[in-house]
Write a protein that binds this ligand. Structure first.
Ligand SMILES: C[S@@+](CC[C@H](N)C(=O)[O-])C[C@H]1O[C@@H](n2cnc3c(N)ncnc32)[C@H](O)[C@@H]1O
Length: 205
């Protein structure tokens, strides 16, 4: 039988080759509720995985038509399945690298990303499938994909919620990479072997 989880009245089917929502996904959704409740701007979720976060957003704020992207076709198809299961019709799903096809402006005013954030490990990465690498490994140091997103030109003027991990970097170091942006730590979660932070980044125009 297909496995699923339920959250806020939404049912999310899971799949072996797509990221299963966990602490970081739950933390991201909590932050969206805290920071974006009442927004009238669409939310763009990069790397949507199963669609766990954006489908709850779509279900809660039916006045917004939001966007989900993922580099993995399996993740996009699972998000589509989960959108249909929950009768969500205010979501566009796009298979792409980050948010590269979109033009700057209103559609990119609010962007969220729970990126792959672990550093590459030559001893074990060879045993992972391509989709597992996309889910978990953010580059040689671990923060490269997060850095790429924050530096994308079409995000000037946007606010970005993004997760970083102590296994790769820390808020002070990450803010130094982006010293022309306003970087604020809004949540810290200790997970035993690592700490993750959610950063709110305001990209100046
Ligand atoms: C840590 S998982 C998060 C999934 C989901 N947002 C969640 O919180 O449960 C990272 C997701 O980012 C996707 N991803 C990795 N690199 C990407 C890229 N360059 N562009 C878009 N999505 C990417 C992966 O396929 C994966 O679904």
């Amino acid at each position: 039988m297909d496995q699923y989880i339920e959250s806020s009245g939404v049912r999310i089917y899971l799949s072996d080759n797509t990221y299963t929502p966990r602490e970081d996904s739950f933390l991201m959704y909590d932050c969206i509720l805290e920071y974006f409740t009442g927004t009238n701007q669409p939310i763009v979720e990069i790397g949507t995985g199963s669609g766990f976060t954006i489908i709850q957003v779509c279900s809660k704020w039916t006045n917004l038509t939001n966007i989900a992207t993922d580099i993995s076709l399996d993740a996009c198809l699972l998000t589509l399945k989960n959108a249909k299961t929950n009768r969500i019709d205010n979501l566009h799903i796009v298979r792409t690298d980050l948010c590269l096809p979109f033009r700057k402006g209103d559609h990119l005013s609010t962007v969220i990303f729970n990126p792959p954030y672990l550093p590459a490990d030559p001893d074990t990465d060879g045993m992972m499938s391509e989709s597992e690498l996309h889910q978990l490994v953010g580059g040689k140091k671990g923060y490269e994909i997060a850095n790429r997103l924050v530096n994308i030109e079409n995000l000037s003027g946007s606010q970005i919620l993004i997760i970083i991990s102590s296994l790769s970097t820390n808020p002070v170091q990450f803010a130094k990479f982006h010293n022309t942006r306003n970087v604020q730590v809004i949540r810290t979660l200790h997970l035993g072997f690592e700490t993750i932070w959610i950063l709110l980044i305001k990209v100046m125009t």
